[in-house]
Write a protein that binds this ligand. Structure first.
Ligand code: MN
Length: 383
């Protein structure tokens, strides 16, 4: 039996992870955490009966504790509770599926406690890759990516871990606005942006996919996870979302991973790694797909992707500025306060205006996040 902690069980990845676990007989959730959605969380807790349950929101945690008083489950809350959930004694593997920079501290705590990480929280490596990766190596902790592209790269490297990688081919669906020019983007609506052609995901990542900022964050993630320099990471638009990414080795051979566009596959693989196990679902029908296409990304129109490369090359706290500015801009877009094309404009302004720090500590990261959010809110209030 493998014991796991799930951080973010009520989100898109969390709910799919639980559905995968329900098909597996050799995995048990011993600790789980959510933000504030206690209606769904209570159902999940009653089904999986973890030993510890965390609700980040303190008031909602008190309500849940009352509701579960007949069960022998410890209910905790806040950042301390999230860290306790991540570091729970029995836990061997922590699925970090919370959204946002809130995932950084519990991930670091789990690594320090020697837990393997199934990584579904992008911000962890984007903002703190320079701290996380050396720490994971020092603690002998495995970081198994859950993001579909990084899982594909991870699987493509298996058995060739010591070989030189010439190029990472990071595939992108292109989102709902592929092929549009800047003028056309100026008039797109929230509904248009939320209509992703291939993947079913949370709102934040769906918008990020439409701006291609998501691919930018994934470039940074791949850089840290696989230790490959940025100039050897190539973004390739692949509309069908069948090839989930690939690796080119020194001899020119390209190894990639294909499969249905279903997040349950990379989630399941993170649980079974280094083995594989059976999973339900429609098999890929190559005859109905007929052909696979590959295109250059349009980094002028979707300049959020170009900004991501700039942020990654600058290093230090610049990826944190990029990420925090994007989070605030997307939240403003979801509220209807700004237009779609203003998202990358705001990121660009924050990257120019917020103070740059080259050598960063964890405190620098969180201070930068705070300053960036303040900057963006001010900026939005006057445009
Ligand atoms: Mn992805």
């Amino acid at each position: 039996m493998k014991y796991v902690s799930i951080l973010g069980s009520t989100g898109s990845i969390g709910t799919q992870a639980l559905s995968v676990i329900e098909e597996m007989s050799d995995i048990k959730v011993c600790a789980m955490a959510c933000g504030s959605n206690i209606d769904l969380f209570e159902k999940q807790v009653r089904k999986h009966l973890p030993e510890i349950a965390c609700v980040y929101d303190e008031k909602q945690a008190a309500v849940l504790s009352e509701n579960l008083s007949a069960l022998d489950i410890k209910v905790v809350s806040g950042m301390d509770g999230l860290i306790e959930t991540a570091c729970f004694g029995k836990t061997e593997l922590v699925l970090t599926a919370v959204v946002g920079m809130i995932g950084i501290r519990p991930t670091i705590a789990a690594i320090e406690a020697g837990k393997d990480i199934a990584l579904a929280n992008k911000e962890t490596l984007v903002c703190a890759g320079s701290i996380i990766m050396p720490l994971a190596r020092e603690k002998g902790v495995r970081i198994i990516p859950v993001d579909s592209e990084h899982s594909a790269i991870f699987q493509s490297i298996m058995g060739s871990e010591d070989q030189e990688i010439r190029r990472i081919i990071l595939t992108a669906s292109g989102g709902p606005f592929f092929g549009k020019d800047f003028d056309e983007l100026e008039s797109v609506t929230l509904e248009d942006a939320l209509a992703h052609p291939n993947w079913s995901m949370g709102k934040k990542v769906t918008i990020d996919s439409a701006t291609m900022v998501n691919k930018g964050l994934e470039v940074m993630e791949a850089h840290w996870l696989f230790g490959v320099p940025l100039n050897r990471i190539q973004v390739v638009v692949h509309r069908e979302s069948i090839l989930h990414s690939a690796v080119e080795f020194e001899d020119g051979c390209i190894i990639g991973q294909m499969g249905p566009a279903d997040m349950r596959l990379p989630i399941h693989f993170a649980f079974t790694y280094p083995d594989r196990g059976e999973l339900s679902g429609e098999p890929l029908d190559l005859f109905s797909i007929h052909q696979l296409t590959f295109d250059h990304p349009d980094m002028e129109t979707f300049f959020g992707l170009a900004l991501a490369f700039d942020a990654a090359l600058a290093g230090g706290n610049m990826p944190t500025i990029f990420n925090a500015a994007n989070e605030e801009a997307v939240a403003a877009f979801l509220r209807g306060d700004i237009s779609f094309v203003q998202i990358p404009e705001i990121i660009s302004a924050a990257m120019m205006e917020v103070d740059f720090i080259d050598e960063i500590t964890l405190d620098d990261i969180f201070n930068t996040e705070k300053k960036t959010r303040e900057f963006v809110l001010d900026y939005i209030s006057v445009i």
